[in-house]
Design a protein around this ligand. Structure first.
Ligand code: NAD
Length: 516
């Protein structure tokens, strides 16, 4: 192959769209519109640092279901009885085997196979070490320390973390909190690990991360697959043995309220989304009462948004999650659904599937349900062009990060369906993370009312600035000023949000300059 052909191939390869280049479309659009300084644009186009590393873990012994085809060979094998306390069930149907399972046990094993009483045949898979790929992407710190969540999921990649880290740079600027953007995590399905393994993996991850993060450098938080418990473990690993460990609490946000977490943090993202939806109705002189919504994702964001919105009088018609989809035209009681999903030990997968007070429907039927609002609050890329063609709603309010593809955006705009973009819709989480960080620095503990009062004020006022940019209605009052941000013409809400972010970030480069 000639070097010229190779060059052409390389060029076309570098132009092949990736989820990162796709996600950056809106950045480029907004940069062009405001004539963003060339050098600032370069600073923001790629992350400051891309850390990729590996963590190893010793997996415990497992009992895995024996393939059906091998079962006849063991039909005469008698029952084994193990102490149930020593077996931890995993979602893939296997059990993590702990030594205490053998206390007073009666074991009959042949070729590593045993029949668990009442459960069937299992093969022993001896414990082994395993290697996991881990990431921390630090996108930009012009406005403050890197800030962003920690995701444990089997489908993560460098490109995805770059997208999510850049999103945090825009989001922290839009929320007007003094942070930059970062994101990280581990390529692992956390549901395939025992609680002890998850703890060991988290401690090892933070051990490797410690030189890269800190309360004034990079501040991780929870995201998909991690929670306050995982944050507690990360905090412990970071602060263990440090002389002034109490002053380091702000290295992690999303902690339990008993160890320095903020009141209102668990609900903050759903609460923030609800505030933007309230503001959307307020512009129309009404409230969410009497409206209806469909929801994708019933995790932290989805379940809390559902609870708050139904409390405000909006009717939840359908919910889809990783396990299934449910529909009830008369409305679903969000609180009751939370009990079904989270307080029912038999619901191992924590899914809405099987909820008895609704019909079970197919995943794609969700998009055909007629409602006022559609809330995607699961993973990215779900509202594609073809999904957007089907939606029978007036508003898409994005709880998830990047749930609408650029194609989806174009179709929604063409169909006149309005949009609350993710970078303001789900900014409640990082806003309260900032409150948590401030409380940690000051050694204070604010009440939930105080947190929510500040959150409501912050989210609604930034939402109003974005709306003014979108409609090109610059306004200045004692408490509101969008004159600095409007660009002299109307633009869609997503681009408007990006304009706000870029103007706030650009100010730092313009006024503080570039270090050499
Ligand atoms: P979570 O892990 O608590 O819940 C995720 C939900 O999505 C679950 O109900 C799961 O069943 C569902 N889901 C997963 N895969 C799915 C699929 N293929 N189809 C349908 N549903 C699926 O996560 P979370 O914290 O609620 O985060 C949800 C989204 O919100 C993510 O995009 C996250 O990045 C974003 N977000 C979260 C926060 C936060 O504070 N938790 C803040 C900002 C943005």
């Amino acid at each position: 192959m000639s070097s010229r052909t190779q060059d052409i191939e390389r060029t076309s390869e570098s132009r092949r769209p990736t989820i990162y280049t796709e996600a950056m479309e809106v950045f480029h659009r907004a940069s062009d519109l405001i004539g963003l300084d060339r050098r600032v644009r370069m600073e923001l186009e790629e992350p400051d640092y891309e850390h990729i590393f590996y963590v190893t873990l010793k997996l415990h012994t497992r009992l895995v279901p024996l393939p059906q085809a091998e079962a006849p060979r063991y039909k005469d094998l008698g029952d084994s009885e193990l102490l149930p306390d020593g077996l931890e069930p995993l979602l893939d149907g296997s059990f993590v085997f702990k030594r205490r399972a053998l206390i007073n046990a009666n074991v009959q094993m042949r070729e590593g196979v045993m029949r668990l009483k009442g459960k069937g045949l299992y093969k022993v898979l001896p414990g082994r070490p395993e290697r996991f790929k881990a990431y921390r992407i630090q996108h930009n710190q012009a406005r403050g320390p890197y800030k962003g969540g920690t995701r444990y999921h089997q489908d993560v990649s460098l490109d995805l973390f770059k997208v999510l880290a850049a999103e945090m740079t825009w989001k922290t600027a839009i929320a007007d909190v003094p942070f930059g953007g970062g994101k990280g995590g581990i390529k692992v399905d956390p549901r395939s690990l025992s609680s002890e393994e998850l703890e060991a993996l988290t401690l090892r991850y933070m051990y490797r991360l410690k030189p890269l993060v800190g309360p004034n450098l990079d501040i991780p938080a929870p995201d998909v697959g991690t929670d306050a418990n995982v944050m507690g473990l990360m905090l412990r690993q970071y602060t263990d043995g440090e002389r002034e460990r109490h002053s380091l609490r702000g290295v992690i946000t999303g902690k339990d309220t008993r160890i320095g977490g903020s009141e209102g943090r668990v609900k903050a993202t759903g609460q923030g989304l609800a505030y933007t939806i309230q503001e959307w109705f307020a512009e129309r002189g009404t409230t969410p009462a009497g409206s209806s919504f469909v929801l994708q994702g019933f995790g932290n964001v989805g379940s809390n948004a559902a609870e708050i919105l139904t409390h405000l009088g909006s009717k939840l018609l359908a919910v889809n999650d990783a396990g299934g989809t449910i529909y009830n035209p008369h409305g679903i009681d969000a609180q009751d659904l939370i009990t079904y999903v989270y307080e029912n030990p038999a619901n191992l997968r924590r899914t809405v599937a099987g909820y008895p007070k609704a019909q079970q429907i197919g995943k794609s039927d969700l998009w055909d349900v007629e409602a006022d609002i559609c809330i995607p609050a699961a993973l990215g890329g779900e509202i594609t062009g073809s999904v957007a063609e089907r939606l029978k709603v007036k508003l898409v309010a994005e709880g998830a990060n990047g749930p609408t593809t650029p194609d989806g955006d174009r179709v929604l705009a063409k169909r006149g369906i309005e949009m609350i973009p993710d970078i303001i819709g789900n900014a409640g989480g990082v806003t309260v993370s900032y409150y948590e960080w401030v409380q940690n620095k000051r050694m204070e503990h604010w009440s939930e009312t105080e947190v929510n009062t500040r959150l409501e004020q912050a989210i609604k006022s930034n939402y109003r600035i974005i709306r003014d940019i979108s409609r090109n209605t610059p306004r200045r009052t004692a408490t509101h000023n969008s004159t600095r941000y409007c660009i002299g013409k109307e633009i869609d809400m997503r681009t408007a949000a990006m304009v706000l972010a870029l103007k706030r970030i650009e100010a730092h480069y313009q006024l503080e300059g570039f270090s050499q």
